[in-house]
Design a protein around this ligand. Structure first.
Ligand code: F6R
Length: 241
């Protein structure tokens, strides 16, 4: 795992955008794996800035998002469909038909998971996968205890994850209790992985990640067996190293 320590969130975002840009330049039909949450916002802003400056073209990009809440309407302000539209897709020349996000409202969730995994197989896997990390080491919504062999599946969100995401909702009780997520194995299929982390609240997760422990109790530790992972972490999140 290559580690890049940056001064702050802004520099972290720029470095992550550099790697996504490189991937888009290297692959004419690039496939990007994308994440939601607070951490990638700056990266998406930087990509939008570069697109507006004429430095980036999204017309040939296919995107796969990691996850979506179960039972939340796609147009709900806190759905990950809405997040991606507002934070990136509607600001760039992305073909929205090529932007894939699991459907958390599918009548048959198991079928939806299988459809999504098959689509990743068929069109992907992503050339590059952007990841954030949960306080408990989750990647995507693969909570501690998730099998390293998991593919796209329905997951019960950990209480700590619902606490962490309550900031985006009116109250914790509004945070959905389930999500569809790409599994650890689905994530590991990406050719390159970029994990970004910012702020002191992530310091313990980064300490544990870099402790070299490999265990299903700490999902991000699966990344140690991937051949091309770059961790981009700002000084606040790196403070326990
Ligand atoms: C989001 C996702 C999650 C987040 C993680 C960190 O699509 O899959 O794993 O990356 O919960 O979230 P933030 O960035 O809000 O701290």
């Amino acid at each position: 795992m290559k580690v890049i320590v940056t001064r702050d969130n802004q520099e972290m975002s720029q470095k992550a955008a550099d790697l996504l840009q490189l991937c888009m330049e290297e692959n004419e039909e690039s496939v990007l794996g994308l994440a939601t949450g607070g951490t990638p916002r700056g990266t998406y802003q930087e990509l939008i800035r570069r697109y507006k400056a004429g430095e980036l073209d999204f017309s040939h990009v296919t995107a796969f998002n990691l996850d979506e809440y179960v039972g939340v309407d796609q147009h709900h302000p806190q759905s990950y469909h809405t997040f991606m539209k507002e934070q990136l897709f509607q600001h760039v020349n992305m073909n929205i038909e090529k932007a894939h996000i699991p459907n958390g409202q599918a009548p048959d969730l198991q079928e939806e998971c299988a459809r999504y995994e098959a689509l990743i197989e068929k069109i992907g896997p992503p050339h590059i996968q952007l990841l954030g990390i949960g306080h408990n080491g989750h990647i995507g919504f693969n909570e501690p205890g998730s099998s390293f062999k998991s593919e796209t599946h329905v997951v019960d969100l950990a209480d700590s994850t619902r606490d962490a995401n309550a900031r985006f909702f009116e109250s914790k009780s509004d945070v959905p209790s389930q999500a569809i997520t790409m599994g650890i194995q689905s994530i590991m299929k990406s050719k390159r992985i970029v994990l970004i982390a910012s702020g002191e609240k992530k310091a313990e997760a980064i300490r544990r990640l870099l402790s070299q422990e490999v265990s299903e109790d700490f999902p991000a530790s699966a990344l140690h067996s991937h051949p091309d992972v770059t961790l981009i972490v700002d000084l606040s999140a790196y403070q326990k190293i």
